[in-house]
Structure formats: C-alpha cells, structure tokens
Design a protein. Structure first.
Length: 466
C-alpha cells in the first residue's frame, strides 16, 4: 500500500512537472493581457487557423484584450499593438522576427532580406533602396505608361458584354511592371511573362494554403508540383542574372537586378532577394489595383470625380510625370482609401534585443512585436464607419502607419513609392479611357492571406469613353 502511495505521488509530481515544462509560462513573462496557449506545442496557432487568418485573429484578440495584447506562436510569446500611439513607442526598430515570416521561406529562400537583421539587413537596405528612390523612379514612368496602354488596348478589344477577369489582369499588369522596371527587357517577351506568371500562381497558391495551416507532406504530388514550379521560377531568374552579368548596362541605366549583381553577393542571396522583391512587389501592387478598380466600379460618383481630375490635370492624352503626379490629389485619396478599406497589408512585425516598455508593460527582449495595421485601419475610434469608403476624407494608409515609421532606419517598405507611382499611372490610363461596370450577381469577399485578395475572381465589363 505504501509503495502504491509513493508511486501515485511520484506520478502526480511528474505530471505537474511535465505540464509546467511543456506549457509556456505566459503569466510569469509579462503583464500584457492576452491568451494562454491552447496547445503545449503550437500555442495559439490553432486559434489563428480557426479565425481564418492572422488578421481576423488579431481583430478578435484586440477586441477582447485592448490595444496591446499577447498570444503564443508555438512556444514563443508574441505581442500585438493595435493603436498608432503604441506604434510610436516602438519606433526606431529595424529587425524583423524570423519566426513570424518562416512560413514564406520555401518561396523566397533562407537567405532572403526578409530574414536579414542587424548589420546585414541594414547593409542590404542601403544597397537596394536607391533602386526604388526618387531618382530611380523617374525612369520607370515611361515603362508604366507603355504597359498601361497595352492593357487599355486589350480592354478595348473586350469592350461591351465580354467579362474581364479584373484580378487576373491586374496581377499580370503589376508583374510586368516589376519585372520590366527591376529586371530588364528579358521580360518583354509575352510568352516569358505568361509562363513566369503560371509558375508563380502555383507557388503563391500553395503558400496561401500554408497560411491557412495546410502543409504538403514530403514527396506528395502537391509538394512536387510546388517544387517544380519554384524550380522554373529560379531558372528564369538565373537566366536573367546571367544575361545582365554578360551584358552590363551603363551606370545610368542600372536596375535593381544590376545592383544585386554588382554587390558581389553570394549567388544564393542574389536569387533569394530577387525572388523576394519580385514576388512581393507585384502581388501587393496587383491587389491594390484590383481593389481600387473594384471600389471605383461600385461607386459611380467616385469614378466620375476621378475622371474629372485626371482630365483637368492630364487632358485626354497626357501622361503622369514626376512633375504633375502631386496634382492628382483625389487619385491619391482613392488609392489610400483602397489600401485602408481592403487592408492590403494586414500586419508587420519587429523585435528588439533588449527589454522595451510599451503601453506601461515590459516587453521581454527578442519578443516579436506585431504592428496590427489591419486592426487600426478598421478601428471605429479613428474611422467612424470603417467598412465604408470615405474618399473625401481619406487620411491615407501610409500617413497613418508613418507614426511608427518616423525614423530613417525604420522607413516604410522600400517599394511603397514604386507601388504608388505604378498604380497612379495605370489608373490614370484605364479610368480616362473606360467606364467600369461590375458584373451582376457577384459576392466579392476579401481573403486576408499573405496580402488581401478577393476570394474569387472579380468580373467586370467596360465601356469606352468618348
């Protein structure tokens, strides 16, 4: 009997010790309110999956716990900030937490700038950012103009009752913009662009499934399909690198790919960073174009006011230039409000090597801190009717998140200027030449994955303007 009692006590002690060891001790790490881990291994990742995406999870988290809240990403405590004044307390932070972006590694590679921190990350940014700076952008207007006119000619052949797949067309247009302006004329070939786009679709769709929590098993047909498409993307980029290395342009005509080549970087880093900027660039811009045109198509008064501004500033056939783009005030409001209402970029994240005080709480060193852009962009305290478009009073997506980006070592993403200019040029062409009409019977639903895209294709028709 005594032996049994000793065994029982020992077993209970073992269980208690196991539970204490396996479960993160969240309540002893920080005073920040938040969730306890739902699973000893996965933390709250299951809760994220059940919410649909991280954006939806963060909306619920902040609704329950307030502007600063915590949860568990596996065994790692994560803090989320859902108010601009809290972002301000977390400024001047450069490093990104690799853990939160680990899921993208199969696509962009382990040596991507996405995982480059400290001196390495800052050195890369210093090297790469001029390719998307003010002077560089002046050379891209003509490329965007050419591509926009190509799309307009295509739409002209589809005028009337023919249904146009808006999202597919805008993703293709944005892909051509980033490839032509950053990787050169190798992508002038339509066949090359189509093939690259198809392989990217396979990889991107697979990444979005992983965001939902569905991972391919090793050796499965799905994994083989992903790897085959990824290999073709890599082959294309390597071919472009080889061509540009053997045929270097004069200094004044250098593009982003030439900066990578001349940087004396490891070949794997060149490949990874090329993939990161290419894929990230056109998916963000392509979805911004999609949502902006969708909102324009569903708000006739906005469409007409935008057309009037474009006509007043540019005339019927004038082009957007570095000298007149600042005059397109309403166009900028339309883009800003499209970014806000569609929540194109739901969140970002940084971390510090030291403890930090935010909102009266201590955030332990190396804790990933999420800036919940999507939560703030739908906050009724800032936007009285967050789900309604307010083009007249759009504060602007970047003007708001710049509260957290006020330091020169923590600027907005280097491609934001690129995205605004290319989308401005494209909209200036399409919205002057066509009236847009949403095909009846559609239910347009956003899906907040890697970026926010329509869950299903958006179909429109167009009518040529006089």
């Amino acid at each position: 009997m005594l032996d049994y009692a000793i065994f029982a006590i020992t077993f209970v002690v073992f269980l208690i010790a196991a539970v204490l060891y396996l479960y993160p001790k969240s309540n002893k790490i920080t005073t920040i309110p938040g969730l306890e881990p739902s699973d000893p291994k996965d933390g709250n990742l299951g809760d994220v999956g059940r919410a649909g995406a991280l954006h939806e999870f963060l909306l619920k988290l902040h609704a329950e716990y307030g502007d600063i809240a915590s949860f568990w990403w596996g065994q790692q405590l994560v803090v989320s900030l859902g108010a601009p004044e809290l972002w301000k307390q977390h400024e001047r932070i450069f490093d990104r937490p690799p853990l939160l972006f680990k899921g993208f590694e199969p696509l962009i590679g382990a040596m991507s700038i996405q995982y480059a921190n400290h001196v390495d990350g800052m050195t890369r940014r210093k090297l790469y950012d001029p390719s998307f700076g003010h002077e560089a952008m002046k050379h891209y207007y003509s490329i965007f103009q050419e591509l926009g006119q190509e799309m307009a000619k295509k739409w002209e052949t589809m005028e009337g009752d023919q249904h146009i797949p808006l999202h597919a067309h805008m993703i293709a247009l944005a892909m051509k913009a980033i490839t032509r302006s950053s990787f050169g004329d190798s992508f002038k070939d339509e066949k090359e662009c189509v093939q690259f786009g198809r392989n990217d679709d396979i990889c991107w769709n697979d990444m979005e499934e992983r965001v939902k929590g569905s991972y391919p098993t090793e050796g499965s047909p799905r994994e083989k399909k992903f790897q085959e498409a990824l290999g073709k993307l890599h082959t294309t980029i390597r071919r472009v690198v080889k061509y540009r290395r053997e045929n270097p342009p004069p200094p004044q005509e250098q593009l982003f790919i030439d900066v990578l080549i001349e940087g004396d970087l490891p070949e794997e880093q060149v490949l990874c960073d090329a993939m990161t900027f290419m894929v990230g660039g056109f998916h963000t811009s392509g979805n911004l174009l999609t949502w902006a045109l969708y909102f324009i198509a569903t708000h006739e008064e906005v469409e007409e006011k935008l057309y009037q501004e474009l006509s007043d500033v540019l005339g019927k056939k004038g082009e957007v230039t570095p000298d007149n783009i600042s005059q397109l005030v309403y166009l900028r409001q339309v883009l800003d409000e499209s970014l806000r209402c569609a929540v194109i970029t739901p969140w970002g994240a940084r971390y510090m090597d030291l403890d930090a005080e935010i909102g009266g709480h201590i955030v332990p060193a190396k804790t990933p801190v999420i800036h919940a852009f999507g939560v703030v962009l739908q906050d009724e305290r800032i936007w009285p009717e967050p789900n309604n478009l307010e083009f007249e009073s759009a504060t602007g997506f970047y003007s708001l998140i710049n509260l957290a980006h006020s330091s020169p070592i923590f600027p907005p993403p280097p491609g934001y200027r690129f995205s605004y200019i290319e989308t401005s040029v494209f909209l200036s062409i399409l919205c002057r030449q066509f009236k847009l009409h949403l095909v009846d019977g559609q239910v347009v639903t956003p899906w907040h994955g890697c970026v926010t895209r329509p869950l299903e294709e958006i179909w429109i028709t167009v009518t040529k303007r006089d």
